[in-house]
Design a protein around this ligand. Structure first.
Ligand code: PDD
Length: 287
């Protein structure tokens, strides 16, 4: 099927969709993004994603290109035009197009807006969750402001590629003190042997994942104890279970870290129960 992208107010076939070579997103990664899940023809958690988007834009002093209501219409319309019932919608906003100069251009410059949508095979995700994934660790060599959802993702790409080359599905960044920060495109969690969920606090060092935030609510609803603290790769390999979260993976069990089995090397009951319970706590907006 022809894929359609929204580019600065127009809906175009991907073959005709383009931004300038002087776009600051291309030149400097001077841009932010969001990825929202689409499930059963509904947008999942749009309010939280738009809240985080506005925060990222504010932190980088990029203008909000249009109202939240208008952005929501564009997200839904792009998903609809691509006939996505299950998948994701991607939004990128750059500071705009200007002759290459490191300092910010005129603040009146219109930001560049690109939205794309793609379907995914839900059955494949479920089959993956039933098997669990392998993860490898890599040193966290990213800039310090990873709380901003910026498109400066080169270290994340290198980390994910290292995982793929090691036969794993995700890489966990490890900070200079030896603690796991997060995955290359996911947040990291473990379940201790006494059943407590552990995930790093979101103040700094990680992106405050929307899936993570919702899962904290789900955990409370299920009566699970959560410890927001850092953990080491060693603690993870000695834990009962581990898993990752993101809008794209949902709750995905991790069954090995750097080649060492976690728990009995199979997806754990807590991760699978959280995956099951997750959507009961999300906001859903029809396309
Ligand atoms: N990634 N940490 C990082 C570095 C991420 O890139 C992401 C999301 C997350 C989880 O955030 P959320 O729960 O809001 O999806 C954590 C998106 C999916 C991506 O880059 O494709």
């Amino acid at each position: 099927m022809t894929r359609i992208a929204h580019v600065n107010g127009r809906y175009l076939r991907h073959a005709n969709a383009a931004v300038s070579i002087e776009d600051r997103g291309f030149q400097f990664a001077d841009a932010v993004y969001e990825v929202c899940e689409i499930r059963d023809g509904e947008l999942v958690d749009p309010t939280r994603h738009l809240d985080r988007l506005e925060r990222s834009l504010r932190e980088l002093r990029i203008r909000m290109p249009m109202s939240r209501a208008a952005l929501l219409v564009v997200l839904k319309e792009t998903a609809r035009r691509n006939r996505v019932r299950d998948g994701s919608v991607y939004l990128q906003i750059s500071r705009g197009q200007a002759p290459r100069d490191h300092a910010f251009p005129d603040p009146q410059l219109p930001p560049t807006v690109v939205v794309t949508a793609k379907p995914h095979d839900r059955a494949k995700g479920e089959a993956q969750a039933a098997k669990g994934i392998a993860v490898v660790t890599v040193p966290d060599n990213r800039w310090e402001r990873v709380d901003i959802k910026s498109v400066g993702l080169l270290p994340n790409c290198l980390a994910k590629q290292a995982a793929v080359e090691a036969g794993a599905k995700e890489a966990w960044f490890v900070d200079a003190d030896g603690f796991v920060t997060e995955g290359s495109s996911t947040n990291a969690w473990i379940v201790t042997r006494d059943g407590h969920l552990v995930t790093r606090p979101a103040e700094f060092g990680i992106l405050r994942g929307i899936t993570r935030t919702v899962l904290l609510e789900v955990a409370a609803r299920l009566g699970l104890t959560v410890e927001e603290r850092a953990f080491t790769p060693q603690e993870a390999t000695e834990a009962a279970e581990a898993f990752i979260t993101a809008a794209t993976t949902l709750v995905m069990p991790v069954v090995s870290l750097d080649g060492r089995a976690i728990g009995d090397g199979r997806p754990g009951p807590t991760a699978l129960a959280l995956r099951q319970a997750f959507h009961a706590s999300t906001e859903r907006v029809p396309l």
